[in-house]
Write a protein that binds this ligand. Structure first.
Ligand code: TMP
Length: 227
């Protein structure tokens, strides 16, 4: 299917995911990318995991409720996969079918890094349940917003507007493992994942990310995108 979008001819959508530990600046980056893409006439849909649609937001509430301290690791992994499935079917796939660029805050790499590695469930086990959840829908491009866990946690604790959730409240040791998990996933998918130094100055971070997205969209539109 080819959709006309301003000056661009689009064959089908593009799926971009933004990953990283807490306080890496994903939300700010997504807003920036959305604004630049819209200004360039690109149909863009931004969303997040877990959540993005009503059922998945309800599941998010259960997973992240700081009172749910007794939640088992496998239960947690299954709930993330369930939320992912519903979100994919209800929102991501329809938008991709319409030719949009979908930018999603977190996707399967979060489960691999947090549940597979940091929780110790094993990457393969987490892959298994996610394969069932997502089928063959994988991101075309992933930006890994990499930041020192100490710095990321400092940022979220300084942000008064942010309510700390069950995973935010895990200790530094856990968040260091999350980073090591991302490192492993990155090693497995060096072509899909671009590592961004999220500890740099905000404008430098944005420039790195924009360059990666422009590169990732090469050949997708009839003319190269300049964001
Ligand atoms: P957020 O703070 O980026 O909105 O994400 C919510 C939390 O959920 C964050 O601590 C990361 C965690 N998470 C996982 O552990 N596994 C997953 O698969 C996803 C999508 C998020």
């Amino acid at each position: 299917m080819t959709t006309r979008l301003g000056a661009f001819a689009l064959k089908s959508g593009r799926f971009i995911t933004i990953e990283g530990g807490e306080g890496a600046g994903k939300t700010t980056l997504i807003q920036e990318l959305e604004q630049r893409m819209s200004a360039s006439g690109i149909a863009v849909v931004t969303t997040r995991e877990p959540g993005g649609i009503a059922i998945a937001e309800q599941i998010r509430g259960v997973i992240l409720d700081s009172r749910n301290t007794s939640m088992d690791g496998r239960t947690e992994a299954l709930l993330y996969a369930a939320a992912r499935r519903q979100h994919l079917v209800e929102k991501v796939i329809p938008a991709l079918e319409q030719g949009a660029v979908v930018i999603c805050d977190r996707f399967i790499d979060s489960s691999l890094a947090y549940q597979g590695f940091a929780r110790g469930l094993g990457m393969e086990a987490v892959w298994e349940i996610n394969r069932f959840a997502i089928g063959d829908t994988m991101p075309d491009l992933t930006l890994w917003m990499d930041i020192e866990p100490e710095e990321g946690l400092k940022r979220i604790h300084k942000d008064d507007a942010r309510e700390l959730n069950r995973l935010d409240l895990e200790g530094l040791k856990f968040h260091k493992k999350v980073r090591a998990g991302y490192e492993q996933v990155y090693g497995q998918y060096p072509n899909r994942i671009v590592r961004i130094n999220a500890g740099a100055e905000p404008n430098v971070v944005a420039q790195q990310a924009i360059a990666a997205v422009e590169h990732g969209l090469k050949g997708f539109f009839a003319t190269d995108v300049k964001l």
